[in-house]
Design a binder for this molecule. Structure first.
Ligand code: NI
Length: 138
């Protein structure tokens, strides 16, 4: 771990009251922990919007009875093969499949893959959860 650095922050009373409430609801032990999280969140968000490296998961639910859909989804995943770390397939019921695709790469490429999967007919829902590779927060 790198050296700890202390600094003072001046805040308006209303703002610190709201922040303390946020800390309480978030189960933080102290203000420092909450501020560290805010800084990390902002840095990670910046990485997403400036085309940095991200890691995350695409979750999608689709009807595997739809003609050609499974082939299209597999073709798309091969096309973006360099981004995909692993895929987990769960047969939810007779019709529905859940797929969780772990991804790592440039944020715009990951978003492009998620959009392409989402746009296919028969895909009922897709969500992209973007996180960080963790490297820039070391
Ligand atoms: Ni299935």
């Amino acid at each position: 771990m790198s050296k700890l650095y202390r600094f003072g922050v001046s805040l308006d009373k209303n703002l610190i009251n709201k922040f303390d409430k946020h800390i309480q609801l978030g189960n933080y032990k102290n203000r420092s922990e909450a501020i560290r999280d805010l800084i990390r969140e902002e840095l990670v968000r910046k990485q997403w919007t400036t085309g940095g490296d991200v890691a995350g998961a695409i979750t999608m639910v689709y009807d595997h009875h739809k003609r050609e859909l499974v082939n299209v989804l597999i073709d798309t995943q091969h096309e973006f093969g360099k981004l995909i770390i692993s895929t987990q397939h769960i047969h939810l019921d007779h019709h529905n499949c859940l797929e969780i695709i772990a991804v790592k790469g440039k944020s715009q490429d990951v978003q492009k893959l998620a959009s392409k999967l989402k746009a296919q007919k028969g895909v009922k829902h897709t969500s992209l959860s973007m996180s960080t590779t963790g490297k820039m927060l070391q």
